[in-house]
Each structure stands twice: as structure tokens, then as C-alpha cells.
Write a protein that binds this ligand. Sequence first.
Ligand SMILES: [Zn+2]
Length: 408
Amino acid sequence: MIKALLDGSIKGVGKLHKTPIFPCGIFQCMKGVNRDPGDPNYDLFRLALKSTAKRLYPNYANVDWSGNAGYDRNDPRTYFSTMGCRTANGWDINGLGQLKDGRGNICPVTIILPTLAMEAKEKAIDDYDTDLIDIFMNILDEAIHDAKDTLIERFDWICSQDPASAKFMWENNTMAGYIPEEGPRSALKHGTIVIGQLGLAEALQILIGCDHTKPKGMELAKLIEQLFKTRCAEFKEEYKLNFGVYYTPAENLCYTALKKFREKYGVIHNISDKEFFTNSMHVPVWKQISPFDKIDIESQLTGYSSAGCITYVELESTVGKNIDAMETLVNYAMDKDIPYFAINVPCDTCLECGYTGEFNNTCPVCGSDHIQQLRRVTGYLTGNYTTAFNYGKQDEVHNRVKHTGYME
Ligand SMILES: [Zn+2]
């Protein structure tokens, strides 16, 4: 069945063999099952890579990820998996352990880190006895507590909804653990409640003048992520709800938050001089580094998140056709304990003749300018990015460097 799905994905949809935007395919990599030549399902891994090269899907979930420890090797429902964009369920404090099926993210809140960094800087002017980083960490801690309060209020509100409003879902056991006499809370308490973040790179730039691609930036990044993780673990125990750290996709927020920031603080070099804030803790898309370096850096932070993250690299279309190179990259990411990994290859399709490749506006075969340009916005693809993305994300796409240009 997996073979049929991958064959279908490679073939494409319809007369022109277009790349389908949905469903988002996720291939689960597992040692001893499909990682190495000689593993029983290695052929499927190769087929998956072939599909990714052409269609951007599937993405790769790491079943051996250390963050999913305690799963049951005999029960695939406990294997690490994500919703396509990145959200994931960690260990359930209310009895379902590492079960993934029938659980989901219930509600998110995202903390905009660059704004907090600016507030800390302003405060440091009056409070010159206190270290800027200490001031920032206190402000962040307060924001994390505010996020928790907001989430609990929302969670209670969602739980108070009449099950009749989603009758089909409740009657068909879509959600694990549902007990009709107890209402929606009996199921929703197994879901995940997430505290997300946006713009770690820009916040570090404000605070110490460099981001986490430098050792000094990484040191502070870890301190920040540890605070998120510690607080979520405390809240989880205290409220018996699955609080988790979330590396937010921020499809729209990347732009709206930037606009508000700029209204208040103006254009600041390296911080607000683009039309977006950098996604969660990602390496800024314009950094000229190799895909291996990008994986090395982000893999130092992905372990702080239990509620979902994604790492992706940008490849040239030529490298995208080299399945061996792609296999090396996916294996490298898995071995670095990256939980969820995706590869971006340019995917333009001529809607007149069906030709695919990277050619942006005009088909090199028939000259048509009726082109579908697919790019990844989160873990998902979005239709033609020049119309389906907001201005911030379009600018981000234009700023993305191809990491393969920086391979030694
Ligand atoms: Zn054409």
C-alpha cells in the first residue's frame, strides 16, 4: 500500500501530472526497518526520496527520535508522527502515554520574541544595575505564564462546548478516551496545549548582536529554550494538562507581528528590515550555510520541543534529482536526532504542457506563462506561492538561499 501511495505521488494528479498539495505525505524512518540497504523496507525509503525530489512530499518523521522515548515498538500507533505542518503529541500525562492516534493539538499561543527583546532593552536603560539578559529572561518568564493562563481559559471554553456541535466526531471515536457521560473534556485532556514562539534569531540579534549560528548566540538560545521547556513541564504536572513547547509555523503572524513591531520600533538593520520574522528557532533563511550546518544548528534546539517542530533545507533542482545526495541528507538529519525533516526543491509546473522543474514565470518548453509555482510554507505546500502566501512569506521565499550552494 505504501508503494502504491508513493507511486501515485510520483506520477502526479490529472492530465498534466500536477503535484498534489494534499495529502501531505509523511514517511516514518526507522532503524532496522527502512534506513539501510538490507533493511526489509529500504526500497520504500528510496521510492520516498524519489517522490520528494519531484513532488516535495513526503517529509520524514524520525521514529528513533529520543524525544519519543517510551513508545511501544510493537504498536505503530505510538511511533513518532506529526500532523503535516509540524504539530506533534508528546507523552500524555492523562494515561495514554505515547499514543499518537486520536490525539491532537487543542490550542496554541505564540510569543513574539523580538518584541520582548526590545522591551527588555528599553527597561535596561532605566535599570542599569541589572544585566540585559536577566531582564529579558524575566519578561519572557512572565509572558510564558500569561500564555499558560490564556491557554487554560481557552481550553476550558473548548471543553464546555456541547458535544452535539460535533456529533459525528464524538459518535465515531475520532478522539481517543472519550467518555460520553463526562463530555468533551474526557477526550480533550489527552490533547496537547502549546506555547509557541516566533523570531528567536531576531531576538538574539537585538540582545547580543548575533544569532544562534554563532556559539555565543547558541548559548543564549539554549537558555531561552530551556526556560520554555522547564515551565511547560511544571505546568503539565501542576494542571495535569499536556503543555508543550511548540516551534510555531506562523504563516500569517510572521508578517503581522513584523508590521506591528516596525510601527513601534521602526526599521532596524538585521531585525526588521525584511517583511517577516524568522520562523520559530529556525536559522534565518538568508544565511549562507550548507544543509549539514543548518541541521547541526537546529538539531541543538529541536530537543526542547515536544509539541512540534520542523527542520528543512533548500536544494537546487539539480541536486534534487540526485537521490543518493538526498538519502545522505535525510540520514544525516535522522542521525542528528532531528524529529521532523523536509527537503525543499523548486517545483514549477507548466499548466499548458505539464513540464516541471524550476523556471518561475515562463515554461522553457512551450513558452506559456501559466505556471503553478509550489513552495513549502510550513510543513505543507501551498498553491501558487505568489498568490497564496501573504507578503511576509513571499518575501521570505525570495530571501531563502539554496543551502546546496554552500556544500564543500
Ligand atoms: Zn509548457
